[in-house]
Design a protein. Structure first.
Lengths: 86, 171
């Protein structure tokens, strides 16, 4: 009924993250990445655990900093073992 | 305020924000348990303040206000002042969480005010003997108790809600 009325009720759509794996691979600490993209280091932790979905601007800034396509860092579907979204 | 004084003030706030965001000195206050304990203590003090003023008097009342101020200060440190800092010192996650905390705080505070004012009005109507001469008599201590309870609630609820919604992750 609600769905047929237009706007869907808000739900927390999970965003899957490979940020920690890529960051560690680049040898960067949370604090260094946080400083580079101008957020608090706690926010990097939340992003790595998939407990916070970044804005598009922040996702792009992180991708730029890690020289990685944004789709390799964040995805709406779980990542496979090879590191690509399902 | 002159421009230089304003700039100096902004610089002070910026330095304080910077210091607090990277602070590790008060980590003991930022654990889940400490935040819960501080929030519970603050709520208990808010509820107790009017009773302490009315039933225990001036000196215990003043001590309770000082205790509430101390707990409020610790609560603000535990959430790194996020509930009080201007938006330019917060990142997007902190801003989002802070904004949600303020919406929730408004609901809590409105609930407290509606409950208290409804109870007051009901008591006024039920206890008033002669409708033509209804009057409220409040002692000095009762006014102090009500004032400090509302003051403490208004100032601390945003930090309480933020403390209950946010948790610090390992560095």
């Amino acid at each position: 009924m609600l769905l047929s009325m237009g706007r869907k009720p808000k739900s927390e759509e999970p965003v899957y993250s490979r940020l920690e794996a890529v960051r560690v691979d680049r040898g960067i600490t949370r604090q260094e990445l946080a400083d580079a993209v101008d957020v608090h280091y706690q926010t990097i932790g939340y992003l790595e655990r998939g407990e916070y979905s970044p804005s598009l601007a922040l996702a792009l800034r992180i991708a730029l900093e890690l020289a990685t396509p944004v789709g390799d860092l964040f995805s709406l579907t779980p990542f496979t073992n090879s590191g690509s979204p399902e | 305020m002159s421009t230089s004084r304003k700039e100096k003030n902004e610089q002070l706030v910026a330095e304080r924000a910077e210091r607090l965001m990277s602070d590790t000195k008060f980590q003991a206050l930022r654990t889940r348990g400490a935040r819960l304990a501080l929030s519970a203590l603050m709520v208990a003090l808010i509820v107790a303040l009017p009773f302490i003023w009315v039933f225990a008097g001036l000196i215990p009342g003043v001590i309770a206000v000082i205790a509430a101020a101390l707990v409020w200060w610790m609560l603000r440190l535990s959430v790194r002042l996020v509930a009080d800092l201007p938006e330019q010192y917060l990142d997007e996650r902190q801003t989002e969480l802070r904004n949600r905390a303020y919406v929730e705080s408004y609901r809590w505070f409105a609930g407290v005010v509606v409950l208290l004012s409804s109870a007051g009005l009901a008591a006024f109507i039920v206890l008033g003997e002669n409708p033509d001469t209804w009057e409220i008599t409040l002692s000095y201590n009762a006014v102090m108790g009500l004032f400090w309870m509302l003051e403490a609630a208004a100032l601390s609820i945003p930090s309480i809600v933020y403390a209950l919604r946010d948790r610090e992750l390992p560095r």
